[in-house]
Design a protein. Structure first.
Length: 584
């Protein structure tokens, strides 16, 4: 699925800004949703709506809301086909053009679009209504449960801790494409000696003959370095410059549709980084060199805008990642805005790309609160429908992000209940890429949720477990979560839990263990920054495991991590420059 792009054959109209906004009450009929919203609330797009208003009813709303605005189709689009594109409607979206329903989408973090050419003429205005629903049930991804209390009020619960922010948290677009256009592009890269290979498939409108598809690849100076023609093929780049972690290099892979008399009909470009990924024994190789992941599990989360994409925060977060020496992050626990993926491509930051399948583990909450565990994999809990939603989430994530050089691993689910009866039946059909399914990602909280405060006992347990996995599978392992809640500014001479000193000691303990385990190929701490959660007795204004506060101020631990990760970086650079010079 191609992100809308302005090219010489395509136009883009951004629909961000203030939209009319209203909650939908349960007795309002769907037919009424498209009626013009009069002088009521206005909500910013992109932003989650929950924290923008002061009304608690909006903050806690469970169900549908609607956004509405006027849009004009540019008058020059008479020869074009045009679409409305929604980057994310969390978790279900319905789009209406005037009174006509045009598309529904389920899944809160992947884009969707609808053609509206037949509904509005160029130069005409129309009323665009987007209804968004935030309900989570046992058949959604992520799953949740809705209870109705005695007063008729709906209450949403879910098994992940981050707050269920909702609304239009990413951009909305109106865009045009020519009648005969490029629908999709897939690029897969390889390296042969000093040459780079881009294998590609271009899907164009049915009426376009393959020979009318032309490919050219340009380097960062705009110089053409390879050409091809046809819907499928290969482009060879001599003396290729590789996309490297920390040193991104991106070619532009440009596909064109030309008419029989060679006129340009459509053109679209994909940024392509040439690099290889391989798991060999217990090592993870990027461009044939062992890679050690340092960095974060993150969240899209900031004050007021919730999960709303914000380029200022994005750039600032990447600055902080550079400062601290991080080379990677995981899109925990859902696909992030596409702008973030593009930026990671350009910054050379490595990404573990995760679906929104989080909270598929009912034993965790019974473990925390006591009581008998409900089975996770059953007809009443996560069932075939949940799995189908999970499969769809994987398909949509891969369709959106397959061309990003930054993505080196797909994470199909966070902490599913993998050892419970039924887990194999749930996951086997999802496992389309089982031959690549060979890195163990572990989230561990020894010293926090277990052996609380006793780091000596925690160290022994952690090492014992990691050695066990190493012996059992011999596969590379990444610690994808480990962390301790820490209140910025709280200090303790006894290094007590919640203090900044404890957080430092906690991480130092993990790192001692990581350094003793051969198969460890990385560490991503939990979490980059403090973030908002649902109301829980063990959360005070959110999860405080951030290395930075929610407004991105460093806790003491940030300096400890910086020292370690900068050291790892320097060592990797030394080793790779040494191995480069010996190869030459
Ligand atoms: C986990 C979850 C993460 C939570 C974290 C915590 O295991 O994957 O979403 O935020 O624990 O802090 O409890």
């Amino acid at each position: 699925m191609l992100k809308p792009q302005a090219t010489s054959t395509r136009e883009l109209v951004n629909l961000d800004g203030l939209w009319s906004f209203a909650l939908v009450t349960d007795n309002e009929k769907e037919q009424a949703w498209t009626e013009p919203l009069q002088k009521g609330l206005e909500a910013p797009v992109p932003a989650s709506y929950n924290d923008v208003f002061l009304d608690r009813a909006i903050h806690d709303h469970v169900g549908w809301v609607r956004y509405q605005r006027q849009v004009i189709v540019p008058r020059g689009w008479s020869q074009e086909r045009y679409f409305v594109r929604v980057e994310a409607a969390t978790h279900q979206g319905l789009v209406f053009v005037n009174d006509t329903f045009v598309v529904e989408h389920i899944g809160g973090y992947t884009p969707f679009d609808a053609e509206i050419t037949h509904l509005v003429k160029p130069g005409q205005a129309f009323r665009l209504t987007i209804a968004v629903n935030n309900e989570l049930t046992n058949t959604t991804i992520p799953p949740g449960k809705i209870e109705v209390s005695a007063n008729g009020k709906k209450k949403q619960t879910y098994l992940h801790d981050f707050y269920n922010y909702a609304g239009l948290a990413r951009s909305v677009w109106l865009y045009s494409v020519p009648e005969q256009h490029i629908e999709d592009i897939t690029v897969v890269t390889d390296v042969q000696g000093s040459a780079g290979i881009i294998k590609y498939t271009v899907k164009a409108s049915d009426s376009v003959p393959s020979q009318q598809i032309k490919i050219s690849v340009t380097d960062e100076d705009g110089k053409v370095v390879g050409q091809a023609s046809g819907a499928q093929g290969e482009v060879k780049i001599d003396s290729v410059k590789l996309w490297q972690p920390g040193a991104a290099y991106l070619y532009q892979f440009q596909a064109q549709v030309r008419s029989a008399d060679a006129q340009l009909t459509d053109t679209y470009s994909v940024a392509a980084g040439v690099r290889t990924i391989e798991v060999r024994g217990n090592k993870f190789l990027i461009n044939n060199k062992p890679f050690y992941f340092t960095g974060f599990g993150k969240h899209e989360d900031t004050a007021v805008r919730g999960k709303g994409h914000d380029p200022a925060y994005m750039v600032h977060d990447f600055q902080l990642m550079d400062w601290i020496g991080a080379n990677s992050f995981r899109t925990s626990h859902y696909p992030y805005a596409e702008e973030v993926m593009d930026f990671a491509d350009r910054r050379g930051i490595v990404v573990i790309d995760e679906t929104a399948a989080v909270g598929l583990n009912l034993a965790i909450s019974s473990g925390l609160f006591g009581g008998v565990a409900t089975p996770t994999w059953s007809h009443e809990t996560c069932n075939d429908k949940t799995r189908e939603a999970n499969a769809q989430a994987i398909r949509e994530l891969v369709a959106r992000d397959k061309n990003h050089a930054c993505v080196v691993l797909w994470s199909v689910s966070n902490e599913p209940s993998s050892s419970e009866e039924g887990a194999r039946e749930y996951f086997e059909p999802l496992d389309l890429i089982s031959d690549l399914f060979d890195v163990l990602c572990l989230n561990r909280y020894y010293g926090w949720y277990t052996q609380m405060g006793d780091l000596e006992a925690a160290e022994a347990k952690l090492e014992e477990e990691l050695l066990g996995w190493e012996k059992k599978h011999g596969k590379p392992m990444i610690m994808t979560e480990y962390g301790a809640d820490t209140l910025a500014g709280l200090h303790s001479l006894h290094d007590l839990p919640w203090s900044e000193e404890f957080q430092v000691r906690f991480y130092k303990m993990y790192h001692r263990v990581h350094d003793r385990i051969e198969s460890m190929i990385g560490e991503q701490v939990w979490n980059f920054a403090d973030f908002q959660t649902s109301i829980q007795i063990f959360r005070v204004d959110g999860n405080k495991k951030g290395i930075f506060t929610r407004d991105r101020k460093p806790k003491t631990i940030a300096y400890t991590l910086r020292k370690r990760w900068m050291g790892i970086k320097a060592q990797t650079n030394r080793v790779s420059s040494h191995s480069d010079s010996t190869t030459l």
